[in-house]
Design a protein around this ligand. Structure first.
Ligand SMILES: [Zn+2]
Length: 323
């Protein structure tokens, strides 16, 4: 735009009434945001390859919707940086960073929808797409002293149009009051370097713990837990050193180092954080666990840019680019 035109435009802004000024401001913010998000996406530092045949022999093929397109020399298909990622085919890019901020703030689907000016169905879809990669970002190894504890959730069909049971008038007073057929077991492991692993178990047994932790726990690890039979059996059968606590008799620390205080604190904070959602559907529980784990990994100071880039490319996980 010529300098003269810009001066005229700036002059015109001075004469705008409040309503017109707000509309103009909104349009500028929206444009800036789309550009910024596209810039973030287009400038991904990873070497691009074809999402269809994984060939690195690609070349640029124009720009569409602010995103650089590429063409594969091998399979001749075209794609952009979002093709094959959880964010593919989502619209309204300009609001993605605001939505990432809503995730950081732990807003409900309705509140996030209102904050970003999108429909609640869009808010719901975005939440689960943004968190899809977080489910796969877990540590490969836990070492040193590993604190382990389970947590029981009640099965929930929240959001289902047809309940398979009578609706409950009240929640359960404590996990002990949840009938065994209605329990969902989750396992939490945290080493002293704050590496965090969690998973949903089909059943709380030594076999299920082993299949979950076989490649995660190193041989010289000190496995700290209370004295439930499943933990005793797992550690004995797999020759894992076990720092066992008899917590029902008030034993919370042994030899100064054997305790599970860090994992207990993590679970407590997670449960407090989850209160705001007023129940979580069991089929989405893993997303909420991953969501909280991601926040914890960054000591709750993760930026919207990091949330967005991780939602697009989990392999960026180990880079400190946006931290
Ligand atoms: Zn290809």
């Amino acid at each position: 735009m010529r300098t003269q035109s810009i001066v005229k435009l700036i002059d015109a802004v001075k004469d705008l009434d409040t309503k017109s000024y707000s509309r103009l401001k909104e349009a500028i913010e929206k444009r800036d945001s789309v550009k910024f998000v596209s810039y973030l996406l287009n400038n991904d530092n990873n070497k691009m390859c074809c999402p269809y045949c994984k060939s690195e022999s690609i070349h640029k093929w124009g720009i569409r919707n602010d995103l650089q397109r590429y063409k594969c020399k091998e399979c001749v298909k075209t794609f952009n940086v979002l093709t094959g990622t959880p964010l593919a085919n989502l619209h309204k890019k300009g609001r993605w960073l605001s939505y990432a901020q809503c995730l950081i703030d732990g807003l409900s689907i309705r509140k996030a929808a209102a904050e970003c000016g999108v429909h609640r169905n869009t808010s719901f879809r975005w939440r689960h797409r943004f968190l899809q990669n977080a489910n796969h970002i877990k540590p490969d190894k836990l070492s040193g002293i590993v604190e382990v504890n389970e947590l029981i959730f009640a099965k929930s069909e929240k959001g289902s149009k047809k309940l398979k049971r009578k609706p409950r008038k009240k929640g359960y007073r404590s996990p002990k009051h949840i009938p065994s057929s209605n329990r969902v077991f989750t396992l939490f492991c945290r080493d002293r370097s704050k590496n965090m692993f969690d998973d949903i178990l089909n059943k709380f047994s030594a076999e299920h713990i082993r299949s979950d932790l076989s490649s995660l726990i190193e041989k010289d690890t000190l496995f700290c837990s209370h004295n439930k039979a499943a933990y005793l059996k797992y550690t004995k059968e797999n020759r894992v050193r076990h720092g066992v606590l008899n917590m029902s008799k008030g034993e919370s620390v042994k030899k100064d180092v054997v305790h599970i205080n860090n994992v207990l604190l993590y679970q407590f904070n997670l449960q407090v954080w989850m209160i705001r959602f007023r129940g979580v559907a069991t089929k989405y529980l893993h997303n909420y666990l991953s969501w909280y784990r991601e926040m914890d990994e960054f000591d709750f100071s993760i930026t919207p840019e990091t949330v967005l880039v991780r939602a697009m490319r989990p392999e960026r996980y180990n880079t400190n680019h946006f931290r």
